[in-house]
Write a protein that binds this ligand. Structure first.
Ligand code: ADP
Length: 260
């Protein structure tokens, strides 16, 4: 059945994920054990001079392992969302100072909100961390500087893959950079947990997958347009607060009417 297939695909992803993590973790443990073994043999042969260096290796390996588990925990902890009506344009403006500091001197930040906009039904903390994450990705994509446009508007989804979403309007938070962009292969994998093209220690590969999860849980959509050498635009389509409230009320009324 379709459900069984979906489940099997999920298990495959989980299998690949845990396999990769187990491999990394095992490498770190191997490093720690080897350092301990060597230190022990140095004690036995009476050459203590090399021992501090071995302890340093064991310590940094253990720290990396701890960092990995920490990130895993943060990822698996499905935070309960607390959606409330949020003025997304105001939220973006309130983060300008933080974003400017994050982006550095060579990247120009332009924040705009198009007119008085309806509120979005969204968890404000999660949206802030999503915006910060997107800005960090944009910064990393613009090593020689550039411009980051953060823009809030009201729009319908550009594509109509979801049959009932054709004329539904959303509050759209758009984050556009003039960076390196992504090729097809990167775009295809961008939402996969732990997918990163960044050097070890710089990227976790969790940012985009967490944003994807949060936007989906919120009842919104995420779309990316990216051109290698030109830049990337990420758009978060967030449900409008009134519409969300009306739909919830309709669903409740229907449930009452059908007695379900
Ligand atoms: P991380 O930033 O830790 O690598 P993410 O999940 O946030 O993890 O992003 C995954 C990958 O997607 C990045 O490593 C990068 O290759 C690509 N990516 C994300 N955002 C951008 C962007 N704005 N411009 C170019 N590439 C991006």
């Amino acid at each position: 059945s379709e459900e069984a297939l979906r489940q099997a695909q999920k298990m495959e992803v989980v299998g690949q994920l845990t396999g990769g993590i187990a491999h990394d973790f095992n490498n770190m443990l191997t490093g720690i054990l080897a350092a301990i073994e060597l230190a022990r043999s140095k004690i036995e042969t009476g050459e203590p001079a090399g021992i501090p260096r071995l302890l340093d290796i064991a310590t940094s390996s253990a720290q990396r392992a701890a960092g990995l588990t920490q990130r895993l925990l943060a990822f698996s902890r499905r935070q309960a969302l607390d959606p409330k009506p949020v003025d997304v344009g105001a939220l973006a403006l309130s983060m300008e100072e933080l974003l400017r500091r994050t982006l550095g001197e060579r990247i120009q930040l332009k924040t705009t909100a198009n007119g008085p906009l309806p509120s979005a039904m969204v968890d404000a903390n999660q949206l802030e961390s999503a915006l910060l994450n997107l800005a960090i990705n944009a910064r990393d994509a613009m090593p020689d500087g550039g411009v980051l446009h953060v823009d809030t508007s009201v729009q319908a989804l550009p594509d109509h893959a979801e049959s009932n979403a054709t004329d539904t309007m959303f509050v759209v938070l758009s984050v556009a950079d003039t960076g390196v962009g992504m090729d097809e292969a990167t775009l295809e994998k961008v939402f996969e947990p732990f997918f990163t093209t960044k050097p070890i220690g710089q990227g976790t590969g969790l940012g985009m997958s967490m944003i994807y999860g949060f936007v989906n849980q919120t009842g919104g959509h995420i779309r990316i347009r990216s051109v290698p050498g030109e830049g990337t635009t990420v758009r978060l389509y967030l449900p409008i607060a009134q519409v969300a409230a009306v739909e919830a009320e309709e669903a409740r009324a229907q449930a009452v009417a059908t007695g379900s």
